[in-house]
Design a protein. Structure first.
Length: 202
């Protein structure tokens, strides 16, 4: 995964506005990006954990309120298919990850080879609104709250959709988007995922 992180970091050029993802895979990216000392970057992070690690490495991170777009965003994934459908958010930042991905001109996923799948399968991470939670869970039916999970960075409740994806991820994503109590979900479609960099263990 180190090489994948380095390959992704090489896409970052001076003066870019960069979205930094969340999770173990992104740690390789941060190390490689810090080693390159790319000047004049403006970075935003999808989680407090990423922001803290970036600061430790000397990568400046700013709140995502002054920028209206990003040149590139780079993040990991839990599952990725050949047609660039992905499941993300296993670390509980799926809403912020999707906001950052949608704001980027180019969204790059870095994933280990074991994350490549022929078809997506559950679980699909969910971020649920606390208000009306019981009603939202009743509507979802096939959702399970995560045991002892802390709130998301925006105060949401973490859960996982564990029902089937038999009709494909597109219809499921549309259905989840239609439920008001679902603040965010981990299904990322090809309209968001521009490139996939696969890291293989040495």
């Amino acid at each position: 995964m180190r090489r994948a992180g380095e390959q992704a970091a090489a896409l970052v050029q001076p003066g870019m506005r960069v979205g930094l993802g969340t999770g173990r895979t992104v740690a390789w990216l941060l190390d490689a990006l810090a080693a390159r000392h790319v000047p004049d970057l403006r970075c935003v992070a999808t989680s407090p954990e990423t922001e803290q690690r970036a600061h430790e490495l000397g990568i400046e991170v700013e709140p995502f309120d002054a920028l209206d777009r990003l040149d590139i965003a780079i993040d990991g994934a839990d599952q990725v298919t050949d047609d660039h459908w992905a499941i993300k958010g296993g670390h509980g930042a799926q809403l912020r990850e999707k906001i950052v991905a949608a704001a980027a001109d180019r969204f790059v996923v870095i994933a280990s080879a074991d994350k490549l799948v022929d078809a997506l399968h559950p679980p699909v991470p969910l971020e649920l609104e606390r208000f009306g939670l019981a009603s939202t869970l009743r509507e979802l039916q096939n959702a399970r709250l995560r045991d002892n999970a802390p709130p998301t960075p925006d105060g949401g409740v973490l859960a996982d959709y564990v029902g089937p994806i038999d009709n494909g991820p597109g219809p499921l994503a549309n259905w989840l988007d239609s439920i008001p109590g679902v603040a965010g979900h981990g299904l990322f479609g090809p309209q968001l995922v521009n490139d996939v960099i696969v890291g293989r263990q040495p």
